[in-house]
Design a protein around this ligand. Sequence first.
Ligand code: FES
Length: 61
Amino acid sequence: MNLNKVVCSCYKVTKGDVLKAVENGASSFKDVKKETKLGKACGKCKKKGKKLTKKLLSEQK
Ligand code: FES
């Protein structure tokens, strides 16, 4: 996974940022949004962000 890939272009949120949020205890897409601002402007990244969050959460132990 390329962690430098931007998921949300409005806030320049990268996959790495989402991963960090999950590692910091975010347990849902809502938490990730709160922590990274992903999806708070145009909203077009929401679908991608949600999918990525789900994937990262399933990889967390
Ligand atoms: S791309 Fe994420 S809010 Fe616009």
